[in-house]
Design a protein. Structure first.
Length: 389
């Protein structure tokens, strides 16, 4: 009797990029991607939530041969040019975030009290509690901006060509663009909702549905009867959702962490406290997923060794029948849910200025700074990775 085992020597591998939500901090992800593309790293899957979903959509549906070039153009268009570049970093962040709160961002979101905003319009809406709207900003401008940079026909070609076959491999033919996976939150069920270009035809509305962050007053979206908010409410690093969407292929994962995990200094005032709490809520928490992947790999290895041992033992028909049933369960586990995270590379943003609304600072100087920081940090991460190999 021969057991159907998972052949780890011929198992398919997927290279995955996972990007977080973080508003204007998404420009850092642009810088990281520029470096990864420069080093010739190609991705089978690009995934994200919130602004990470927006970046992922621009990468997957790039109208330019070089996705990094398209992504950088997108971020330069998103940048506001009112805030003076000569201001101190902290002052610039305060000024730009206040400007965004009153006037919005013409390429991303606009205030419901009118654009351009006026204090009179603002007061007229908020002077009466019963008239306060369910959201403060409309994201229609972002939908229009996406149309300039994202070729959804290119993304949806994967879905319509039937690449995602019942055999389970999502890469049986050469892809035109990476598989796009985006996550959001079902408001009524408190459940994660995944949009996957291998299983549905995507458009700008699906991207917008991943960006409705309630604490900043961004509107929810309605798709297929579901009311949807930003995926970061459940998980700001959607690695688990990627594994659930593609459970058969082993993974080499790159994660961009926008919110510092380690901060040695304790907060000194209420604003520092809110800032640190926000970082903790949104920072990368995938260590458990990685740990469980390693455990599953060890379990499967032990089960395979046990079978090899039993296969050489004389047994009666009853024992053979029992082992055959166990084999079926093993084969199902090993092939249907046997994906292993082989390798993980994390690029983590560090802070020299701490400001609670830094993710609303769209000033051109800050966007450029974030892109450059992302490029440099990615270079360092790749260098450190090469030293360990």
């Amino acid at each position: 009797m021969t057991m159907q085992i998972r052949d780890t020597t011929t198992a398919r591998h997927e290279t995955v990029l996972v990007m977080q939500g973080g508003g204007a901090l998404g420009a850092y992800e642009c810088g990281v991607y520029k470096t990864l593309e420069k080093h010739g790293i190609e991705f089978d899957i690009v995934a994200g939530t919130s602004i990470g979903a927006v970046n992922a959509a621009v990468i997957a549906g790039s109208r330019d041969k070089f996705s990094a070039k398209t992504l950088e153009k997108f971020w330069f268009l998103m940048a506001e040019r009112i805030t003076p570049s000569f201001l101190d970093n902290n002052v610039r962040a305060i000024f730009s975030s206040m400007f965004a709160s009153l006037y919005g961002n013409k390429n991303a979101f606009e205030p419901v009290w009118g654009y351009p905003a006026s204090l009179f319009n603002y007061y007229s809406i908020f002077s009466n509690y019963t008239r306060i709207p369910p959201h403060l900003y409309d994201v229609k401008p972002l939908e229009d901006t996406l149309a300039k940079f994202v070729d959804f026909e290119r993304i949806n070609k994967q879905y319509r060509s039937g690449i995602n076959t019942k055999s389970g491999s999502s890469n049986e033919t050469k892809r035109v663009s990476p598989r796009l996976i985006m996550t959001c939150t079902d408001i009524q069920r408190s459940e994660s909702v995944t949009f996957d270009s291998d299983h549905m035809e995507l458009d700008a509305g699906h991207v917008i549905a991943c960006t409705g962050f309630p604490f900043y007053g961004l509107a929810w979206a309605k798709i297929n009867g579901m009311y949807l908010w930003d995926g970061s409410l459940l998980s700001n690093t959607p690695l688990r959702e990627v594994i659930d969407a593609s459970p058969k292929n082993d993974k080499r994962v790159y994660i961009v962490n926008l919110f510092p995990k380690i901060q040695r200094e304790l907060p000194t005032n209420i604003f520092d406290i809110w800032h640190r709490a926000r970082d903790i809520i949104h920072t990368d928490k995938t260590d458990h997923n990685i740990h469980m992947s390693k455990i599953v790999s060890r379990y499967l290895t032990v089960m395979r060794q046990m079978h090899d041992l039993l296969n050489n033992v004389q047994m009666d028909e009853n024992m053979k029948s029992t082992l055959l049933q166990i084999e079926k369960e093993y084969h199902k586990l090993a092939t249907d849910r046997g994906a292993i995270i082989e390798e993980i590379t994390k690029v983590e943003r560090k802070e020299d200025v701490r400001y609670i609304f830094e993710d609303a600072d769209f000033s051109l100087a800050t966007i450029k700074k974030l892109i450059k920081q992302g490029e440099d940090d990615a270079e360092n991460a790749l260098l450190e990775k090469s030293k360990q190999q």
